[in-house]
Design a protein around this ligand. Structure first.
Ligand SMILES: Nc1ncnc2c1ncn2[C@@H]1O[C@H](COP(=O)(O)OP(=O)(O)OP(=O)(O)O)[C@@H](O)[C@H]1O
Ligand SMILES: O=P(O)(O)OC[C@H]1O[C@H](OP(=O)(O)OP(=O)(O)O)[C@H](O)[C@@H]1O
Length: 320
C-alpha cells in the first residue's frame, strides 16, 4: 500500500482529483501495475441542460459515437469493435449512419477524424474514436474533451519535425542545434511546412524557437524542402520510409507527440446526456476485456467512470 498523488493528465480543464485508494506493484517482472480511484468534481448540472453556463446543443435522445469514415483508422476501428463484440452494422458502405446492436440507443456516425473532434466540441457527437494527433490538433486543449481510453493499440505514429539530411542541416541533429543556427532571423525565419497549424506553432513557442514561419498543404509535405518551399516539415511519421525516401531526418527533441487511436468523450455529454456515461462504461469494459484477452498490457491508463449526480468517478488502471 502506498499513497499516491495523481496529476490527472486528461485533455480537460483542471479538475479536482482526490485519490482514494492504493497501489500494488509487482517486482517479479519488468512491469508495474497500479490502480486507484479518483473523484472528478464536476459542477452539479442545474435543472436545465447547462454545464458551466453552456447548454447542450440539442436535446436529442440518441447517444452518438463518431467513427472514422475512411482512411487509415477506419478498418482498424471496426475490427477493434468487432473483437470487443461490438460489431458495427451498416446497411451499405455509403451510408454514414450505423448501429451497434449490443448498445441500445446508440447511433454510429461515420465522419472524417477531424470532423469527429469538431462535432464532439459542437455537441453533435458524444463519443468518438480518433488518433491522438487529430484530437490534439483540432481539440486544441478544449476542456470538454476527455480521453477515456488513451491506448487502443492501433494507428501508431508520431508527429515529428524533420529537416534535410544535406546542406546546412547536415550536422544538425537536435532541436537545440536547429534553434541555435545563426541563419534564422526575424527577416529570414525557419520555414516549416505542416498540416498541424495549431500544434506546430505551439511546439515552436514552447521550445523557444522565435524566428519561425509556417506554410500548410494537404499532403506530400516531404516534398517541400526539396522544392525550396520550406526548410523543415512537421508531419506524421510511422515507418520513417517517406522521410528517408525524401532525404529528410528526424532530430532529437523534435517529436511533438506520440499518437495512437484513443476513445474520446464530451465531458458535457457524459454529465448531462442520459445514458452516455453508462454507454461509455460499457464500451470501456469491453475494450479492457479484449485488450486483456489478447495480452495487450501496454495500456497506460483506463478510466472507468461512475456517475453520481454531481461527480464522475474514475478508476485508473495503469501498467507500465
Ligand atoms: N503514417 C501515418 N501517416 C498518417 N497518419 C497516420 C499514420 N499512421 C497512423 N496514422 C493515423 O491515421 C490518421 C490519418 O487518418 P486518415 O488517413 O483517415 O487521414 P485523415 O485524418 O482523414 O486526414 P486527411 O483528411 O488529410 O486525409 C492520423 O491522424 C493518425 O492518427
Ligand atoms: O513514416 P511513413 O510510414 O512513411 O508514413 C508517413 C507518411 O504517411 C502519411 O502520408 P500519407 O500516406 O497519408 O499521404 P499524404 O502525404 O498525402 O498525406 C504522412 O503524412 C507521411 O507522409
Amino acid at each position: 500500500m502506498m499513497n499516491l498523488t495523481l496529476q490527472l493528465s486528461l485533455q480537460c480543464a483542471p479538475l479536482h482529483v482526490s485519490v482514494k485508494s492504493s497501489t500494488s506493484t509487482s517486482t517479479s517482472t519488468a512491469t508495474r501495475s497500479w490502480s486507484c480511484y479518483a473523484s472528478l468534481s464536476i459542477p452539479q448540472p442545474s435543472n436545465v441542460n447547462v454545464l458551466n453556463g453552456t447548454p447542450l446543443s440539442s436535446d436529442r435522445k440518441e447517444i452518438r459515437l463518431g467513427l472514422p469514415s475512411k482512411g487509415r483508422m477506419s478498418n482498424d476501428t471496426l475490427e477493434l469493435l468487432k473483437n470487443c463484440q461490438l460489431s458495427v452494422k451498416q446497411s451499405n458502405p455509403r451510408q454514414y449512419v450505423a448501429e451497434i446492436p449490443q448498445l441500445s440507443n446508440l447511433e454510429v456516425w461515420f465522419q472524417r477524424p477531424k470532423d469527429i473532434v469538431r462535432k464532439l466540441l459542437s455537441g453533435d457527437l458524444d463519443l468518438g474514436i480518433v488518433g491522438l494527433d487529430t484530437l490534439s490538433e483540432y481539440g486544441q486543449g478544449n476542456g470538454d474533451l476527455i480521453i477515456v481510453h488513451e491506448a487502443l493499440e492501433y494507428g501508431d505514429c508520431r508527429l515529428s519535425l524533420a529537416i534535410p539530411q544535406y546542406g546546412i542541416f547536415e550536422n544538425i541533429n537536435s532541436l537545440e542545434e536547429l534553434a541555435k543556427m545563426p541563419q534564422w532571423t526575424e527577416n529570414k525565419p525557419l520555414r516549416v511546412a505542416t498540416g498541424f497549424t495549431y500544434l506546430g506553432p505551439k511546439f515552436m513557442r514552447e521550445n523557444g524557437l522565435k524566428h519561425v514561419t509556417f506554410s500548410t498543404a494537404d499532403g506530400a509535405l516531404e516534398a517541400a524542402p526539396a522544392m525550396g518551399i520550406a526548410d523543415a516539415i512537421l508531419d506524421l511519421v510511422s515507418s520513417g520510409t517517406t522521410l528517408r525516401e525524401n532525404n529528410l531526418k528526424e532530430i532529437e527533441g523534435g517529436t511533438v507527440l506520440e499518437s495512437q487511436a484513443v476513445l474520446v468523450a464530451s465531458r458535457k455529454s457524459m454529465v448531462q446526456r442520459k445514458g452516455v456515461l453508462e454507454t461509455t462504461h460499457e464500451i470501456l469494459e469491453r475494450l479492457e476485456a479484449h485488450l486483456r484477452a489478447i495480452g495487450q498490457f501496454t495500456v497506460h491508463r483506463i478510466i472507468i467512470l461512475h456517475a453520481s449526480e454531481s461527480s464522475v468517478w474514475c478508476r485508473f488502471h495503469c501498467i507500465c
